[in-house]
Design a protein around this ligand. Sequence first.
Ligand SMILES: C[S@@+](CC[C@H](N)C(=O)[O-])C[C@H]1O[C@@H](n2cnc3c(N)ncnc32)[C@H](O)[C@@H]1O
Length: 371
Amino acid sequence: MSIFDSWLDVRNRLLASPAFQRWASAFPLTRPIAQKRARELFDIVAGFVYSQILFACVRLKLFEILAEGPQSADALAKRMALPPEGAIRLLRAAGSLRLVAVCEDKRYALGELGAAMIGNPGIAAMVEHHAMVYSDLADPVALLRGEVERTALSSYWSYAANTDAANVDEQSIDGYTALMSDSQSLIAGDVLDAYSLKGHKCLLDVGGGDGTFLVTAAKRWPHLKVILFDLPAVAERAKARFQREGLADRATAVGGDVMRDPLPEGADVVSLVRVLHDHDDDEALAIIKAARRVLPTGGTLLVAEPMSGTPGAEPIGDAYFGFYLLAMGSGRPRTPVEIDNMLRLNVFDPVRLVPTVRPILTRLLAATRMA
Ligand SMILES: C[S@@+](CC[C@H](N)C(=O)[O-])C[C@H]1O[C@@H](n2cnc3c(N)ncnc32)[C@H](O)[C@@H]1O
């Protein structure tokens, strides 16, 4: 047994002992740590219940109602069409989670976390679609054993389990394209603040969705040409978006399947925003190879997505995305080092981790295509 193993053994025996737990909770120097650990464990135990309280707030539009100003429980019960006791139960629960705050005169107002939801409609959209995630995760062991034949998420992300992705119809891209668009403005801001496209001429965004990322980039750098590549039904959405935004003269959208069709030529920078983690390793490598084929020597590949092992946000990569993508039936979160290795294997060197302001939302790798 190594020294580390022996240390782990001693520590875990101690932490598992009810007598030690009682002592640590009572002794003044260990009490704060014991309480913090107990709370962390309980938060994991109760996580689903907390999420469903948030779900109820979103469904009942509680945050939008409270954004009008503080209101009494009775008024809120009427607005949410809940019986008074149901409203009070929800308001107290939401209060304990800092989604709602209680004023001195007993009216209810937006809490710190509820207020943050108002400025970010992407979170509400994410919460709404979690109904599918939770039904898919009802038996996580069966999911891990590969015993679940069809999940709600694999139908929602219609390309995930589809060998003929290019033929997915309008209807089956609706839900995920809108969901991605809602959260993309935050991501685009963070990525484009971190990496300037001033010195580039043409940006190709592969799997670019309805074009939100490219619209943000094109508006920020008026000299920049942008090309979007996505499944035909999605690219049509982007084309219409570029026209609405008055960008049709320097923004084009091309439909196709990145696994089968060549990417459009002419870009000196290619972006993969929240794309690689959707794919298993062989497909992720095929996408990197496709980008390599169209980039000139010295061109840049940007990979932006939430990554595994992000300091301070570990559960987002490995717990949330790990299980989300498992339920979706395709892909996995990767560490920056794993992506770095995949890029270097494909003649991208150097690869640089560019700091982003909210690594919890997205991290960013910038890689240069060698000769
Ligand atoms: C998770 S979404 C990300 C969208 C966008 N980049 C964003 O961050 O908002 C992945 C995108 O890849 C596209 N996609 C998936 N498989 C594809 C394929 N085989 N060929 C082209 N695009 C594909 C999807 O249609 C979708 O728009």
